[in-house]
Design a binder for this molecule. Structure first.
Ligand code: ATP
Length: 254
C-alpha cells in the first residue's frame, strides 16, 4: 500500500514532500532545505499549483538563453538533487551545459551524496568537487563563494534553481546571465535574476527541457529575438497579478 494514495486531493504536493524527506534521510537535503520548500509551497498554493502563462513565457526565454550560451552551467543544490536529478542530467546533455554542485550549507558528505545521485542518473562530469580547480565568487561570505574555475567561474549563463539572493547578486556582478526557478516572485533572487521562472521546479524543469528541444531548431537570430522580447520585471509583475487574480476569484462567495 503506497504511503500517499493517488486519490488524495493533495497527492502531488505530498509526493514532492516525500522526495525531499527521503532526500534528507539519504543525506542530500539540508534541514534548511526543508524549510525553503515550505516557503515555496505557500507560494505554489497562491499560484493555484499550476504553471501560469507568465511562467511559460519565462521558460521559453530561458530555453532560448541557454541555447545561445557559450558555456552554460547548471548549479545543483541538495533540494534540486532530491527533486529533479534526472531532469538536470537530461537538460545538461541536451544543451551542452555543465553541472556544478554548489551548496549554501557546505559539507563534503552531502556533496558526495549529491554527486552519487546525479551519476546514478547518467551524469558524466560533475564540477564543484575538485579542490584543484577552486575559484572564488567575490561579494559573498557563505560557502557558496567557492566555485569551479571550469564551471560557474567561466560560464556566461548560469542556471541557479532555488537560489539565495546574495549569490544571485554576486553572480550578476560577476557578469553572468542568471536564470532561476523560484516560486516566490518577491524574493531577492527573483528580483535580481535576468530570467526568473516563477513555478515549481518539479513542473518547470520538464517544460524547460521540452522548450530547449523545440527551440534547438531555430537560428540564433530568432533565439535572440525571444530573449530580447523578454522583460523580467514585467514578467514578475504579471506573476504577481496572476496570484492577485487567483486570490480575487477565491475570495468571491459563490
Ligand atoms: P532570497 O534570498 O532570494 O530573498 P529566500 O531567503 O526565500 O530568498 P531561500 O530560503 O534560500 O531564499 O529559499 C529559496 C527559494 O526557493 C524560496 O524563495 C522558495 O520560494 C523557493 N522554492 C522552494 N522550493 C521550490 C520549488 N520546489 N520550486 C520552486 N521554487 C522553490
Amino acid at each position: 500500500m503506497p504511503l500517499i494514495p493517488k486519490s488524495h486531493p493533495r497527492a502531488k504536493s505530498l509526493l514532492i514532500r516525500e522526495k525531499l524527506v527521503s532526500g534528507f534521510d539519504n543525506g542530500l537535503v539540508a534541514k534548511e532545505g526543508l524549510l525553503a520548500q515550505g516557503r515555496g509551497e505557500a507560494f505554489d498554493y497562491l499560484l493555484g499549483e499550476k504553471t501560469g502563462k507568465s511562467a511559460k513565457s519565462a521558460i521559453k526565454a530561458a530555453a532560448a538563453q541557454i541555447l545561445l550560451a557559450d558555456l552554460p552551467v547548471i548549479s545543483v543544490n541538495g533540494n534540486i538533487a532530491a527533486l529533479c536529478p534526472k531532469e538536470v542530467v537530461i537538460l545538461a546533455g541536451q544543451t551542452g551545459s555543465k553541472i556544478e554542485v554548489n551548496l549554501f550549507y557546505s559539507n563534503e558528505k552531502r556533496k558526495k551524496a549529491i554527486v552519487k545521485t546525479l551519476k546514478n542518473y547518467g551524469a558524466k562530469e560533475i564540477l564543484g568537487t575538485n579542490s584543484d580547480s577552486k575559484a572564488i565568487l567575490s561579494g559573498i561570505d557563505s560557502a557558496r563563494r567557492i566555485i569551479d574555475k571550469n564551471g560557474i567561474f567561466s560560464a556566461d549563463v548560469v542556471v541557479v534553481p532555488l537560489e539565495d539572493g546574495d549569490r544571485t547578486l554576486a553572480l550578476r556582478k560577476a557578469g553572468k546571465i542568471v536564470i532561476t526557478f523560484d516560486l516566490n516572485p518577491l524574493s531577492r533572487t527573483s528580483q535580481t535574476a535576468n530570467i526568473t521562472i516563477v513555478d515549481n521546479v518539479t513542473r518547470a524543469m520538464d517544460l524547460l527541457i521540452q522548450n530547449c528541444k523545440k527551440l534547438s531548431k531555430k537560428n540564433r537570430k530568432s533565439l535572440e529575438q525571444i530573449v530580447n522580447d523578454f522583460n523580467n520585471k514585467k514578467n514578475l509583475s504579471d506573476n504577481i497579478k496572476e496570484i492577485k487574480n487567483n486570490l480575487t476569484k477565491r475570495s468571491q462567495i459563490a
